[in-house]
Ligand binder design. Structure first.
Ligand SMILES: *[C@@H]1O[C@H](CO)[C@@H](O)[C@H](O)[C@H]1NC(C)=O
Ligand SMILES: *[C@@H]1O[C@H](CO)[C@@H](O)[C@H](O)[C@H]1NC(C)=O
Ligand SMILES: *[C@@H]1O[C@H](CO)[C@@H](O)[C@H](O)[C@H]1NC(C)=O
Ligand SMILES: *[C@@H]1O[C@H](CO)[C@@H](O)[C@H](O)[C@H]1NC(C)=O
Ligand SMILES: *[C@@H]1O[C@H](CO)[C@@H](O)[C@H](O)[C@H]1NC(C)=O
Length: 486
């Protein structure tokens, strides 16, 4: 009997070892990237989609958009300031990064900088012992549930400080403040620079190279925003609209900060660009950047237009929501933000394509190779994707309602590229039941095509007409937007 079991064990062992020796079928590798690529922090930034800007300072108390620098700090007294409220409002709007104006052009500092008295220390607020930046950072950490990050804006133009206009002294002052902000408050994920200058100080030079190098040294995962990057670029206008063609790539060598003549180039990017420098679309929920009693928030339809023209055009939407003179975000803004979030959720929570059959012109590595059409319907919009085979001259993907089931009704087509491998698609077309409805250009991280009317159909085919390297698609959505009345 023992001999019998011995034999059984031996045979099993031999069979198993045969299995171990036989080589597994080779898994197809991902295609090579198309350079340039986003950095880790740029990729994280892009996936945020919505960012909040908070313009707050002496202008909040003077009904002004641009302070003179002569404001008396005694006017700064936001008696009900509660940064936890700001964070709660952002979290409920699905926003994961908030950028505060630590100093605007008027030069008043929201933190107790040791290099000037023109700050919260000279104000009656918290008897001169307050620090708005600290409270903001603390609330982001404790109230953001781990899902919210902080960013800061420090205006280069300073209409208060006497050193402004004297290159060396002012640049030293500016750098000193930058060091305070980037060492005292923990991790900062975005820093915002603009190139504004006073009319009386046009020959003032900003030492951007020094500033950027210092930022890099002090913060490892920060994105630096300016007209010209180096991590995030301006979109070229303050309407929040990106170009119909929108590349994350551009040539940095053609950019300069504060140069109005490069607006169009910033707006569309450059298909041949050698730098990954995606655009951020800054816009205010109200007419002004600062809070004014007389202003009210934009209509929901306007915010949705901006969303489609920024997030829906491969960019990030930076929406300014200004706290009022009590130190709180106004009820009317909160209400509009809730509507905005609810609308986005309503439109995009249902993807009609999920119930469909997806067919493709070809697929890398064949069926089961890991690059099939099923990847465009999963929840990963960056690292799983459909890839066609090399050397095919036609690339298409088709979403089709199964036989016997009812057709679908939609008015929005969402297409996403796995930008971790570079932005590739140059031209694409969309056919609905055989009829061309979209003649499109770039896609990028996210492209939303809002159609002129609700379509009732059975098949949607996306054809990639031109791309840099193999076209790859990470996600497709067919959605119904009930708010859209063209
Ligand atoms: C800026 O220009 C003014 C004259 O317009 C001159 O007096 C001043 O020295 C200049 N400043 C610098 C830093 O070059
Ligand atoms: C502004 O941009 C234009 C177009 O690229 C360029 O010709 C010009 O030199 C730039 N001006 C400055 C001050 O950098
Ligand atoms: C950007 O740089 C690339 C590579 O040098 C070049 O081919 C392209 O023409 C440049 N774009 C512009 C607008 O000059
Ligand atoms: C600021 O907004 C809050 C609501 O969040 C409101 O209670 C307060 O009255 C507002 N302050 C002003 C000055 O309007
Ligand atoms: C943008 O592109 C779409 C096709 O994607 C086209 O129908 C539309 O006319 C373009 N709009 C503008 C403003 O160029």
């Amino acid at each position: 009997m023992a001999k019998f079991w011995y034999l059984v064990c031996m045979i099993t062992f031999l069979e198993l070892s045969k299995l171990a020796i036989s080589r597994p079928e080779q898994v197809p590798t991902p295609p090579l990237p198309v350079l340039p690529l986003p950095t880790f922090s740029q990729l994280k930034w892009q996936r945020r989609e919505l960012i909040m800007f908070l313009h707050f300072g002496v202008n909040t108390f003077t009904d002004s958009e641009r302070g003179t620098g002569k404001e008396n700090p005694s006017i700064f007294n936001p008696v009900g300031l509660d940064t936890k409220q700001w964070v709660t409002v952002a979290a409920e709007a699905g926003i994961s990064l908030m950028i505060l104006t630590a100093k605007h052009h008027d030069g008043f500092c929201l933190w107790p900088s040791k290099y000037t008295h023109h700050s919260v220390i000279s104000s009656p607020w918290r008897n001169g012992h307050g620090d708005v930046v600290q409270e903001f950072i603390d609330s982001v950490k404790t109230h953001g549930g781990g899902g919210i990050d902080a960013g800061l804006y420090l205006s280069p133009w300073d209409r208060h400080d006497k050193r402004y206009g004297h290159d060396l002294q002012y640049n030293e002052y500016y750098l000193a403040q930058l060091q305070e902000l980037l060492t005292k408050y923990g991790s900062v994920k975005e820093i915002w620079f603009d190139g504004f200058k006073g009319k009386d100080a046009k020959n003032m030079s900003y030492y951007f190279s020094d500033w950027f190098a210092m930022v890099r040294e002090l913060q490892s995962s920060i994105n630096i925003f300016s007209d010209a990057g180096p991590d995030v670029r301006w979109v070229g206008n303050e309407k929040g609209f990106a170009g119909n063609t929108s590349w994350s790539t551009i040539n940095s060598t053609l950019l300069s900060i504060g140069n109005a003549s490069i607006g169009d180039y910033l707006n569309t990017g450059d298909p041949k660009g050698t730098n990954w420098l995606p655009a951020e679309c800054d816009v205010s929920i109200r007419e002004g950047w600062f809070w004014h009693k007389s202003q009210s928030p934009k209509k929901l339809s306007q915010l949705l237009d901006i969303y489609y023209n920024s997030v829906g055009r491969n960019c990030v939407m930076l929406l300014n929501v200004p706290p009022n003179s009590t130190g709180l975000i106004s009820e009317s803004d909160i209400h509009r933000l809730k509507e905005f979030r609810a609308a986005i959720d309503t439109i995009f929570s249902t993807n009609l394509a999920e119930k469909c059959i997806v067919k493709v012109s070809s697929q890398r590595g064949g069926k089961g190779g890991g690059f099939g059409p099923e990847n465009v319907l999963d929840n990963d919009h960056v690292w799983t994707y459909w890839s066609p085979k090399e050397n095919k001259n036609e690339h298409w993907i088709e979403i089709k309602v199964p036989n016997g089931e009812e057709g679908m009704k939609f008015n929005v087509v969402r297409i996403q590229e796995p930008i971790g491998l570079g932005q590739r698609i140059i031209k694409h077309e969309i056919y609905v039941d055989g009829k061309k409805v979209v003649q499109g250009t770039t896609v990028g991280y996210k492209r939303l095509h809002r159609l002129e009317k609700v379509l009732h159909c059975r098949a949607v085919r996306i054809i990639v007409k031109e791309s840099k390297g193999l076209p790859l698609i990470s996600s497709i959505g067919l959605h119904l937007d009930p708010y859209w009345k063209p």
